[in-house]
Design a protein around this ligand. Structure first.
Ligand code: TMP
Length: 213
């Protein structure tokens, strides 16, 4: 049986992940894999309720970080861990790197506190902090915030994060870069400031290069 795979998609708002998430799921299904597609914050009834709060209510950065990790805890227990135990391909639209990028980078919340929460939530069986549950591959859609803002404009009523100024997204982008620098093997940086076909080619190459397609 092929191994379970956990793949996350990351990037600032307007990076254009969605169509590629669907395309990657279709590519895995076409080779006979069972795919679970999910998202954060969200993916369970409880976590979707937390999402509605976190994306629309004003709150301080600690509250926001705790809500993101609370939603993640439920999502891991109800969806992610069971799907991986069944040997599936689990594709998640955002995971913990988003908390480091948005709450850590964007909001400026304490990075070390986030590392502690990450250990608590993603390493239930590893008190020393080893064997964190992390994606096998994180596809980071990277592009200048000004380009992303143009893509977002007029698309829909912006949520709390989408309404942030360019400087916020520069800080979010720097947060992603910091996470990639800490774990380069897990990340594939995708240049998302390209035509859709070229972005898809980069996504496909990153996955195929690991022997998964
Ligand atoms: P999206 O699902 O439309 O991308 O929206 C999720 C928003 O929530 C997006 O702006 C990023 C933000 N977010 C955080 O701030 N922290 C997190 O941990 C996650 C998963 C998302």
């Amino acid at each position: 049986m092929p191994p379970a795979l956990f793949i996350s998609f990351e990037g600032i708002d307007g990076a254009g992940k969605s169509t590629h998430i669907d395309a990657l799921a279709a590519a895995f299904r076409s080779v006979g894999r069972t795919v679970t597609l999910t998202r954060e914050p969200g993916g369970t009834p409880l976590a979707e309720r937390i999402r509605a709060l976190a994306l629309h209510q004003p709150m301080d950065a600690l509250t926001e970080a705790l809500l993101m990790f609370a939603a993640r805890r439920d999502h891991i227990a109800q969806v992610i861990a069971p799907a991986l135990a069944r040997g599936e391909v689990l594709i998640c639209d955002r995971f913990t790197d988003a908390t480091f990028a948005y709450q850590g980078g964007g909001r400026g919340f304490d990075w070390d506190a986030l590392l502690q929460l990450e250990r608590l939530v993603q390493a239930p069986q590893a008190p020393q902090g080893q064997n964190l549950l992390q994606p096998d591959l994180t596809l980071w859609f990277d592009l200048p915030p000004a380009v992303a803002a143009t893509r977002l404009s007029g698309a829909r009523v912006p949520d709390k994060f989408e309404a942030q100024p360019a400087a916020f997204f520069e800080a979010v982008r720097a947060g992603y870069a910091r996470r990639q620098a800490a774990e380069p093997a897990r990340f594939a940086r995708i240049d998302a400031d390209q035509p859709r076909d070229a972005v898809w080619a980069a996504v496909h190459t990153a996955v195929q290069g690991r022997g998964w397609l």
